[in-house]
Design a protein around this ligand. Structure first.
Ligand SMILES: Cc1cc2nc3c(=O)[nH]c(=O)nc-3n(C[C@H](O)[C@H](O)[C@H](O)COP(=O)(O)OP(=O)(O)OC[C@H]3O[C@@H](n4cnc5c(N)ncnc54)[C@H](O)[C@@H]3O)c2cc1C
Length: 451
């Protein structure tokens, strides 16, 4: 259920184990590279982090070359970017990781083309899953309603040996499961009320050209606004500004530009003043962290899995969601290939949840400290507080210290496990040294060669 990144990649993995995989999608897929209604977040920046790149490449060999050939910009961090975090500019030392910043529609379109080329995978487009077949012990299929048909008509049944919920953060799985007598999973939530507004611009002149490909300001508890400009495949930039509940960014043309003044430096505002807008501004407000704990005890039926945002949604401001979807597909592949253990529903669900744990820890950990955060998982435990203290020191040192910076980026981009932050050289600098000096103004050029 759901034919977006997580659903496509799960179908790709399952096609190696099934006679037939059917992807059910409520939208009709567009022919070209364009946003579609079922993925409204697609109008906002979608960076593909290192962990997601590695996972996608291992699932679809040659994918990164295809992405590059389609023109998706590849931006080195920190060398190609002007980056601000917690009162400090990052030094533009040589890149230790790269992000792909092309449009979401392009990336999804390329995944779709590769996955749907497999004849084992069929698609039912324009059909919405509205319920499940089966009972409390086993799910046996889904109930579908054609979106173009009569809304009062009885939904039709599609039987299946395994049903995967990949219908995104707005999944109705809790209701569907209750409907067949199974238990809904307990949900953990942390919601900062973060709201986005994004708009495409073409720069006339200025800082976002030449050796500077991108600009980004991370939010922090004492500076809650984020903003930035990321290059797209056609040479334009997707500009984003964000703020918290009560101070959401406007989608009105002039006010969008004015809102950029809230950022801690006038750089983006100045650039916007001179740049040509190519699209209206689009807003987005559903950004809560939500994790559905299918691993906890309860009456969970066999034959039902969840993946991607339907299982674990993280705050988009850290850019991890597509990487989590790809890492989850790798976890599904590995769990099904493991000859030592029978892949029971519960075991596979645990593996899927484990694939999102690092992203959740980063996002939930940062969001717990944000003012006004609400939800049943905001409090955290003593271990979360200790981790928060250490991470705070890492963040102070990452902008000026290349060793700490490398470890920080590799963990944040899901390219290395959290233990990389505790490697001896990193831990020494984090625990004993003062923060290294950082540039006073946004650095206009990289230090040393770009690649
Ligand atoms: C503003 C914003 C910015 C983001 N930026 C980034 C970023 O920079 N980097 C990144 O990696 N991630 C980012 N994300 C997260 C990313 O969009 C998601 O994590 C990712 O799309 C998850 O994929 P998914 O397939 O699980 O869900 P989705 O992409 O949301 O897809 C769900 C699919 O299910 C379909 N569907 C829903 N209900 C039904 C139903 N009942 N029946 C049939 N089909 C159904 C929908 O039409 C859709 O196709 C961002 C998210 C937001 C909101």
């Amino acid at each position: 259920m759901g034919g977006s990144i997580a659903g496509l990649l799960a179908a790709h993995v399952l096609a190696g184990h099934a006679d037939r995989v059917t992807l059910v999608e409520r939208d009709r897929f567009p022919d070209g590279v364009q946003p579609r209604p079922g993925v409204p977040q697609g109008r906002h920046p979608h960076v593909l982090l290192e962990g997601g790149q590695t996972a996608l490449e291992s699932l679809l060999p040659g994918f990164l070359a295809e992405l590059g050939a389609a023109g998706a910009p590849r931006v080195g961090m920190p060398s190609d970017m002007v980056l601000w975090q917690q009162g400090r500019w990052f030094r533009r030392t040589p890149a230790t990781t790269y992000i792909h910043t092309g449009s979401r529609a392009q990336l999804e379109g390329l995944v779709r083309r590769r996955v749907l080329a497999n004849p084992v995978i069929g698609v039912v487009e324009g059909a919405e899953a509205v319920g499940l077949l089966g009972d409390g012990s086993r799910v046996r299929g889904v109930l579908l309603r054609d979106r173009s048909g009569d809304a009062r008509a009885q939904p039709r049944a599609l039987e299946a040996g395994l049903v995967v919920d990949a219908s995104g953060t707005g999944t109705k799985a809790a209701r569907w499961l209750s409907g067949i007598g199974a238990e809904a999973p307990p949900e953990e939530t942390i919601d900062t009320g973060l709201a986005y507004a994004s708009r495409v611009y073409r720069g006339r002149s200025g800082v976002l050209d030449g050796e500077t490909l991108s600009y980004y300001v991370y939010p922090a508890p004492d500076q809650v606004h984020a903003g930035g400009a990321l290059p797209l495949e056609d040479g334009s930039h997707l500009v984003i500004v964000s703020g918290l509940r009560g101070d959401e960014p406007p989608t009105d043309d002039d006010e969008f530009v004015t809102y950029a003044k809230r950022l801690p430096h006038p750089l983006l505002h100045r650039w916007l003043d001179d740049a040509e807008p190519l699209s209206p501004a689009f807003g987005y407000r559903r950004t809560a962290n939500i994790r559905r704990r299918y691993d906890l005890s309860g009456r969970h039926p066999a034959g039902f899995l969840a993946t991607g945002d339907a299982l674990c949604t993280v705050n988009p401001v850290y850019g991890q969601g597509m990487a989590v979807a790809a890492l989850s597909a790798v976890a599904l592949r590995d769990a099904l290939a493991d000859r030592r253990r029978t892949p029971t529903t519960r075991r596979v669900l645990r593996a899927l949840l484990a694939a999102s744990r690092q992203a959740w820890d980063i996002s939930a950990g940062a969001d717990r400290a944000m003012p006004g955060a609400v939800g049943n998982a905001v409090a955290g435990g003593p271990a979360d507080r200790a981790a928060g203290w250490y991470l705070g020191r890492v963040q102070e040192r990452a902008p000026g210290d290349p060793v700490v910076g490398r470890a920080f980026r590799s963990v944040l981009t899901l390219g290395a496990p959290v233990s990389a932050l505790f490697a001896p050289r990193v831990a020494r600098a984090v625990l004993f040294g003062p923060p290294a000096p950082t540039p006073v103004e946004p650095p206009a050029a990289p230090e040393g060669p770009r690649h």
